[in-house]
Design a protein around this ligand. Structure first.
Ligand SMILES: Nc1nc2c(ncn2[C@@H]2O[C@H](COP(=O)(O)OP(=O)(O)OP(=O)(O)O)[C@@H](O)[C@H]2O)c(=O)[nH]1
Ligand SMILES: [Zn+2]
Length: 329
């Protein structure tokens, strides 16, 4: 990948460096891209100029939502542009490709944080699911907030349970928030968290991501329709991530397709513990440096689980990931 300002490639004689503009990819279908100009905020439909190769990464999509790119105008009437190169990335979120073995699919690039939307019911988000996502986010160094939606449906005992979860997750660095999109509860707090940032929205189907986007982001429906026209199909496909601007504040939300597909890429068995902050901290005092925290004598992790200092649910998630069941789901 080249940095902005680097030399022009030989194979692009007709486009001078001065013609190149910077845009951000707001939607990618693999065939064409929606690009927003960084300065004018005008939207274009873009295609790649030849093949863009990524060093050291085997991925099915070279360009992802959130990528900054150099582009040049192709047709001013049709609003089409050509993408020349991807600018340096801060990070990416990768999942296993469902099409090609040993390949990854980049869900999004250059994100500041993830907002994991969870619900206690309709649908029920399991703790195993939350922990699995947190491990993925840790492995990409992406700060994550756990946002429990549909607070309006909860009974007192459910709220007590959420308080208990908060006491597990907040000391580990994952702030928790209870919201109700339907009743506008705590949406100001959520807005404060996402303001000025690019946030990845994740969660099971039905937790309220679209409802939230419709409240906080601008032109959600409009943009979706526009994109469908581009695709020349009558319908909006939800298989691809898409970026939306916050309506009243700076910042972006990236909506992601079915989280089911978010298989964790290439975490070795002996690395899993490193992505559980409490296990990472405790493992230094295990007797064996290569302790798996399953059966070894003098394992500090198991000791802390027994003492209630590491949550049993977290330890069970660790074991289940170690077994690999969840990775393959
Ligand atoms: N009671 C209640 N229902 C909500 C709330 N937020 C969203 N819903 C409802 O939950 C259902 C699913 O919401 P969506 O926004 O479509 O969920 P989603 O996460 O976008 O789901 P997918 O589009 O399938 O990924 C809808 O019927 C919403 O009206 C809430 O705060 N409380
Ligand atoms: Zn151990």
């Amino acid at each position: 990948m080249k940095k902005s300002g680097s030399k022009k490639k030989k194979s692009t004689p007709k486009v001078s460096q001065a013609d190149l503009k910077v845009g951000i990819i707001t939607k990618s279908t693999g065939l064409w891209y929606s690009i927003e100009d960084r300065d004018t905020h005008k939207f274009y439909k873009g295609r790649l100029r030849g093949k863009l190769k990524l060093k050291g990464l085997k991925v099915t999509n070279p360009v992802a939502v959130g990528d900054y790119v150099h582009y040049s105008l192709e047709d001013e009437v049709e609003n089409t542009v050509i993408i020349h190169e991807i600018l340096d990335r801060k990070n990416i979120i990768l999942r296993q490709s469902t099409r090609k073995k040993w390949h990854g699919h980049i869900i999004a690039a250059n994100i500041d944080q993830a907002i994991l939307i969870a619900t206690l019911a309709l649908p029920k988000t399991s703790l195993g699911f939350i922990d699995r996502f947190l491990v993925a986010a840790e492995s990409y160094n992406v700060p994550t907030y756990i946002v429990f939606n549909k607070d309006d449906l909860l009974e007192d005992e459910d709220r007590e349970y959420l308080e208990y979860l908060k006491q597990i997750y907040e000391p580990l660095g994952y702030k928790c928030l209870r919201i109700s999109v339907l009743e506008d509860k705590n949406l100001d707090e959520l807005t404060e968290i996402i303001e000025g940032k690019t946030s990845l929205l994740v969660g099971h189907s039905g937790v309220g991501k679209s409802t939230l986007l419709n409240k906080l982001a601008s032109n959600v429906q409009q943009k979706t329709d526009e994109i469908s026209l581009f695709a020349m199909k009558g319908k909006h496909t939800t298989t691809f991530a898409e970026m939306f601007e916050l309506e009243k504040h700076d910042g972006h939300l990236i909506d992601t397709p079915g989280i089911k597909e978010l298989g964790i890429m290439s975490i070795e068995e002996n690395e899993i513990g490193h992505f559980f902050p409490e296990i990472r901290e405790a493992m230094h005092d295990c007797k064996y440096h290569n302790c798996t925290h399953t059966h070894e004598p003098n394992c500090n992790v198991r000791l802390l689980v027994d003492e209630g200092k590491i949550a049993t649910s977290r330890y069970l998630s660790y074991l289940s990931m170690l077994e690999g069941d969840d990775n393959r789901k």
